[in-house]
Design a protein around this ligand. Structure first.
Ligand code: BMA
Length: 372
């Protein structure tokens, strides 16, 4: 029986009839569209790297608000494939740390999704102990874990996140749109209160696992993919030091600004992506360059001469699912070009690369995946 079954499966594989199947998702009961997205990310892997931009539709250099405005689109004629958003201050006031109103954010999230893009969310959560912001390093992780003094506060915050991420329904399915949730990021650095010097790996892992359990199992949130993202690391061991386990992570991410700062070496990004890609393959995970960029992009050829060569180094770096640059916040703090900016022409060349995917280059990521 066993042999007949194996022979049948082999036959189906040969015909390409098997559904794409990879490691288990964090949420086995994820909504169909989320499962489709996950399988489509696998199907897309190696066939192009999606380009993303934080707060793309909300504001840019010299403008704010509007229906579908975007610096990326103004320069290249195309919208990003990944739209990043930020939930800090949720429930405390009606706009986030970067003055984006939550009500409008939902509209922009829906627009990005309706264009066919991926919606990703970061969370610069305030410090529960001091009441300061994420950059207030007063140790706080143990206090929000079960039994801790601020545990109820944390549950309340997760409740707000749950309510928010479930409040943007897809017009076709009526279900909440799929979202990549990337909390407690850059945790190997020391600048956030959840960073490595301010808690133990065990506490971080507990924080992550609790977050997943509470959202998924207690609050019944089923429209999330979970992305774990360190800042730059030198080794796989360092990458995995706070890793909560394969059952708790869908996408392995890394943020890398360091290699593009003065004195940094852009070629280092390639070796870091190779390391990340190797770890991800060993664990059966997708991987992405969840944040990067060169603030104010002083190098006019940054896109094709600095970023692109690393992304295109080999078949492994080409498996990176997406690369997202940070927000166009101020004239001294932006990461995507705007019309007239020094790297605009080069960005057009970057976007024209067949291996770089903008939203209109994408297959329907929310339809059932087909075997490539
Ligand atoms: C940082 C900067 C800040 C911003 C924060 C959260 O990198 O862009 O200005 O408030 O991210 O989005």
């Amino acid at each position: 029986m066993q042999t007949i079954l194996s022979a049948f499966l082999l036959f189906c594989f040969g015909l390409g009839l098997m559904p794409v199947s990879h490691a288990q998702m964090v949420d086995p009961n994820a909504d169909t569209q989320v499962q489709n997205l996950y399988q489509n990310l696998w199907a897309l892997q190696g066939n192009g790297i999606m380009f993303g931009h934080q707060d793309d539709l909300a504001y840019g250099i010299g403008w704010k608000g509007g229906r579908k405005r975007s610096d990326v689109q103004k320069v290249s004629g195309q919208y990003p494939a990944v739209f990043g958003w930020e939930l800090s201050k949720l429930g405390q006031r009606n706009f986030n740390i970067d003055t984006v109103k939550f009500r409008r954010m939902k509209k922009w999230m829906r627009r990005g999704y309706e264009m066919g893009g991926i919606i990703a969310i970061s969370w610069h959560l305030d410090n529960p102990v001091s009441g300061g912001d994420s950059w207030d390093r007063t140790p706080a992780v143990p206090s929000i874990l079960p039994g801790g003094e601020h545990h109820d506060w944390f549950k309340m915050k997760l409740g707000l996140v749950a309510e928010f991420v479930q409040s943007v329904p897809s017009s076709e399915s009526g279900k909440s749109i799929p979202i990549v949730f990337r909390p407690f990021h850059e945790h190997n650095g020391g600048w956030f209160w959840w960073g490595r010097p301010h808690r133990t790996p065990k506490e971080y892992i507990e924080l992550w696992q609790y977050t997943v359990h509470y959202l998924r199992d207690t609050l019944g949130v089923h429209n999330l993919l979970y992305a774990y993202s360190t800042d730059v690391v030198e080794t796989a061991d360092e990458y995995l030091l706070d890793y909560p386990g394969d059952e708790y992570v869908d996408i392995m991410g890394m943020d890398d600004y360091a290699d593009f700062r003065p004195g940094g070496d852009p070629a280092r990004l390639a070796s870091r992506l190779q390391m990340l890609g190797t770890v991800a393959e060993e664990h059966g995970k997708l991987f992405a360059l969840t944040e990067t960029g060169s603030e104010t992009i002083p190098d006019p050829a940054w896109w094709t001469e600095r970023l692109l060569p690393s992304l295109q180094t080999d078949s492994l770096t080409r498996k990176t699912s997406w690369v997202m640059v940070w927000r166009n916040g101020r004239p001294d703090h932006y990461y995507a070009p705007y019309p007239g900016q020094g790297s605009a022409q080069d960005f057009i060349r970057f976007v024209a690369e067949p291996s770089i995917l903008m939203v209109e280059d994408l297959p329907d990521l929310y339809a059932p995946a087909v075997t490539p």
